[in-house]
Design a protein around this ligand. Structure first.
Ligand code: PRP
Length: 209
């Protein structure tokens, strides 16, 4: 699939780690490590076009006209499964602020149900990275973007690990301005809304539930 604003990772390390992540014999501890490592690699890819401003420093030998990041970055992990991505992203963006959003999918309707949000009245960041390993029907991603846009942030990127074509299509219909960075795009959703081949339930596999 080659859609505008959809960026599956071209990186061989992501492909390698994703294969281990999918393996049903991978234990929770290793699964969490892989989620963290893949999230760091995805962060490298998702930050390639961020704005910088000039910053001058003195090296021990001379002045240097360098640069620093211009954006105030907010990480929006979608509970529960997005939680495990934060540490990996923080390795590259240690001063990013984190605002949690609690959503679960109703098992019969597959619609997202919000149960937690503590965003302050005014946005404190200029760009938000939504962190959620699984983009399945896309309902959770669309609801999270809706919430962030209502909050007043309009620069938003989605950073996930596995996406289904159905979820990508819904995001592109509802929020075509939001770039989607994924480790990989999988084949399809099954009749209970799981990504196939996927990796099972990312929340359960991280938290051992
Ligand atoms: C999973 C996943 C996403 C959502 C994706 O969460 O982490 O948040 O489903 O599905 P969608 O694209 O169809 O909305 P889940 O509801 O299993 O909650 P959990 O992370 O708490 O286990």
């Amino acid at each position: 699939m080659s859609e505008p604003n959809v960026f599956p990772s071209p990186h061989p390390l992501v492909a390698h780690k994703l294969t281990r992540l999918r393996d049903k014999n991978t234990d929770s501890r290793t699964f969490r490590e892989l989620v963290r490592e893949i999230s760091a690699l995805m962060t490298y890819e998702a930050t390639l076009d961020l704005n910088t401003r000039h910053k001058n420093v003195e090296t021990p030998l001379a002045g240097y006209e360098g640069s620093e990041m211009e954006e105030e970055i907010g990480l929006i992990p979608v509970l529960r499964a997005g939680l495990g991505m934060v540490e990996g992203v923080w390795e590259l963006l240690p001063s990013a602020k984190v605002w949690h959003i609690g959503l679960y999918r109703d098992e019969s309707t597959l619609k997202p149900v919000q149960y937690y949000s503590k965003l302050p009245i005014q946005p404190t960041v200029t760009i938000c990275f939504i962190l959620d390993p699984m983009l399945a029907t896309g309902g959770s991603a669309v609801a999270t973007v809706d919430l962030l846009k209502q909050w007043g942030v309009n620069k938003i990127k989605y950073v996930g690990i596995i996406g289904a074509p159905e979820g990508i299509a819904l995001m592109q219909e509802k929020h075509p301005d939001v770039p989607i960075h994924l480790g990989v795009i999988d084949d399809h959703l099954n009749d209970v809304g799981f990504i196939v081949p996927g990796l099972g339930d990312a929340g359960d596999r991280q938290f051992g539930t």
